[in-house]
Design a protein around this ligand. Structure first.
Ligand code: FES
Length: 345
């Protein structure tokens, strides 16, 4: 049995099964709520029932006073819905509100999606899932290898299974290790999250996303988060790859196209010449700039007036300012431009 839960004061909604806790249902829907222990001990997930009926799913050691109970206070990690609900909750509104975490994860799978790109799947312990906003990044540390900062490519709604896109960069120790030595079940320490390249959930403007090369990772995270939140505004994804055919998750983009009425996908390529590899394009300012100008022109041709749009883009730092200027010349206000310019991809 499924119920509709309306959160106050934001007015956001999510679905909850009768058999799951309200906290589980909210997290599965990509909603960032304040909580700590997830087992009824700390009191950190408190909410207040305004309308509807709930039942206790689990015993909790944290004691609610009689007055709190009379006022409708509940612990979301120990409570399930009996009816549709309206409930006051503590949502985390900004990336800065997420606590810093350190978690020992295990390599679940190494998925070679093309010659020079691996999708790294990590799994957290069940009792220690990662809290983050879509689009953020983490520090990854393997014993004996210099640590690297990498963007999460997965949705916060699936916080036990984390995904990262690793490009092979010859001579760079972390990527060399991932490509040549890393094995399933090995331990990787993650720390974070960091970064403010996150979805503006309060906006109802249509969204344009531009990913460059493996900068697709945080864009994918944001799209999956938008899908989990059931955002209704149009989403148009542009994915620029330096070499034709280097859109290593094109089938996933096509599946979004089939499943979502509000989604468009445009694959762009930078017209590489023979011998140029994708990682060279990411690293070479001239190639990166040329690719991003092509991408910017494609967007401004399709959308000559960007004043009513939110734009999310990943770009090599060598071309970030140029692409930002190009979009702003088409009317995009600065506060509606979300840029991820770090050299993580
Ligand atoms: S998260 Fe600690 S009591 Fe619910």
């Amino acid at each position: 049995m499924t119920f509709r839960i309306r959160m106050l004061p934001s007015g956001k909604e999510f679905s909850a099964e009768k058999t799951e806790t309200l906290l589980e249902a909210a997290l599965r829907s990509g909603i960032a709520l304040k909580y700590n222990c997830n087992n009824g001990t700390c009191g950190g997930c408190g909410g207040r029932l305004v309308a509807g009926k709930t039942h206790d799913t689990f015993h909790h050691d944290f004691v609610l006073s009689d007055t709190q109970k009379a006022q409708g206070h509940v612990l979301l990690c120990c409570t399930s819905a009996e009816t549709d609900l309206e409930i006051e909750v503590n949502e985390i509104g900004r990336a800065e509100g997420i606590p810093q975490q350190q978690i020992a994860t295990k390599v679940e799978r190494l998925e070679r999606v093309q010659e020079d790109t691996i999708i790294l799947h990590l799994r957290t312990p069940r009792s220690q899932t990662l809290r983050f906003f879509a689009g953020q990044h983490l520090s990854l540390a393997i014993d004996g290898v210099p640590q690297r900062s990498k963007s999460l490519a997965s949705c916060p709604c699936n916080a036990m299974h984390l995904q990262f896109h690793i490009r092979h960069v010859p001579g760079e120790p972390f990527s060399e290790y991932v490509f040549r030595q890393l094995k399933p079940s090995q331990t990787i320490m993650i720390a974070g999250p960091q970064g403010s390249f996150t979805l503006d959930e309060s906006s109802h403007r249509p969204i344009i996303l531009l990913a460059y090369e493996t900068g697709f990772a945080p864009i994918k995270s944001i799209i999956e988060h938008a899908i989990a939140l059931e955002l209704e505004q149009p989403l148009h994804l542009y994915w620029m790859a330096h070499k034709p055919g280097d859109h290593y998750l094109k089938n996933l983009c096509r599946s979004w196209l089939d499943a979502l009425d509000n989604f468009k996908f445009t694959a762009l390529d930078g017209g590489s010449t023979a011998g140029e590899s994708s990682w060279e394009a990411s690293a070479d300012p001239a190639l990166g700039l040329r690719d991003m100008e092509t991408a910017g022109t494609a967007i401004t041709t399709g959308y000559p007036d960007l004043s009513g749009y939110d734009v999310y883009l990943t770009a090599p730092d060598s071309s970030a300012q140029e692409i930002a200027s190009l979009l702003q010349q088409a009317g995009l206000p600065e506060e509606q431009l979300h840029l991820d310019v770090m050299k993580r991809f």
